[in-house]
Structures are given as C-alpha cells and as structure tokens.
Design a protein around this ligand. Sequence first.
Ligand SMILES: Nc1nc2c(c(=O)[nH]1)N[C@H]1C(S)=C(S)[C@@H](COP(=O)(O)O)O[C@H]1N2
Ligand SMILES: [Mo]
Length: 161
Amino acid sequence: MKKAVRLCSALTLVVFASLLLECQQLIVQSEGGKQILSRTDLEALPRVKVTASQHSSAPVSFEGVTLKSVLEKAGVRFGESMKGPQLATCLLVEAADGYRVVIALPELDPAFTDKQMVLAFQRDDKPLGEKEGPYRIVIPDEKRMARWVRRVTMLRIVDVQ
Ligand SMILES: Nc1nc2c(c(=O)[nH]1)N[C@H]1C(S)=C(S)[C@@H](COP(=O)(O)O)O[C@H]1N2
Ligand SMILES: [Mo]
C-alpha cells in the first residue's frame, strides 16, 4: 500500500513537472507568496543578450532576462533594500531533474556587482532545446558551469536558518 502511495506521488510529480515544462511556466516563491510566471510574462521583462563560452568552446549568444528582474516581478527588492535580514536569505534555483543551486541575492544586484546572472530562453536566437530549456541560468563570467542550471522550474527565496 505504502509503495503504491509513493509510486502515485512520484507519478503526480512527474506529470506536474512535464505539464509545467509544456506550459513553460516558472514558479517564483518568495515572502510575498507564490507567483506563476508564463513565458509571456518573462518575455515582457527587459531583454538581455550575453555571450559566453561553454567548456572553452566557441562563444555562444544567450538571450533572456536578468534573474533580478524576474525576482523583482515577484516582489523581491534590491539596491537600498538589500540589507538586514534580507542578507540572510538566498535564492534556491530548482530544476526539473531535481538539481538545485543556491545563489546569494547580492550576486544578482548591480548595486553590488557587475556580474551578470541571466535566465536565458534562447541560444543563438533559437529557443533552448528540451535538454536545457525552456529556461536556463547563464553566468558568463563564472569559471565553472555548475551553476548554469538547465531546465529551471522554480526560483525560491529561502531564509537561512
Ligand atoms: N538541471 C541541471 N542543470 C545543470 C546540471 C545538472 O545536473 N542538472 N549540471 C551542471 C553542471 S555541473 C555543468 S558543468 C553544466 C553543464 O552544462 P552543459 O550540459 O550545457 O555542458 O550544467 C550545469 N547545470
Ligand atoms: Mo560540472
């Protein structure tokens, strides 16, 4: 019986994850609650284009929006507001395959850094393929690609205990 329940919840998760991917929805969970952003919502944000090399191969151009603008749309505040308790929260990026990566909020904020962190949806002017899309984190200046999360499904602001 327990096995059946576990199988059922695993199946539900898989169905839910594939539905999400199909609709190209992104969930943003923050203090202000949960927001479901559609591809159209994301495309309405200011576009950024970056060039980055993957595993020292030829440079590729990625287009998308800044992670900061996505979080701002969900009510997260940057700049002058980035102080006090907010500095003990972070962004947890979650992917369809269960991969998870933490990013500190000041890393996304031009008031703190010139580093670019992009939620990309196009590579060389074409939509990202199913192995990495519909959304992927791209961090052009980072030496390793471990935080270039593929198949992003959820951005979660979490309190560090
Ligand atoms: N969802 C997801 N994203 C991921 C990973 C993963 O296992 N799952 N691996 C990371 C690591 S360790 C690397 S080096 C890069 C590899 O990117 P590539 O497959 O485009 O070469 O993806 C990163 N993004
Ligand atoms: Mo890696």
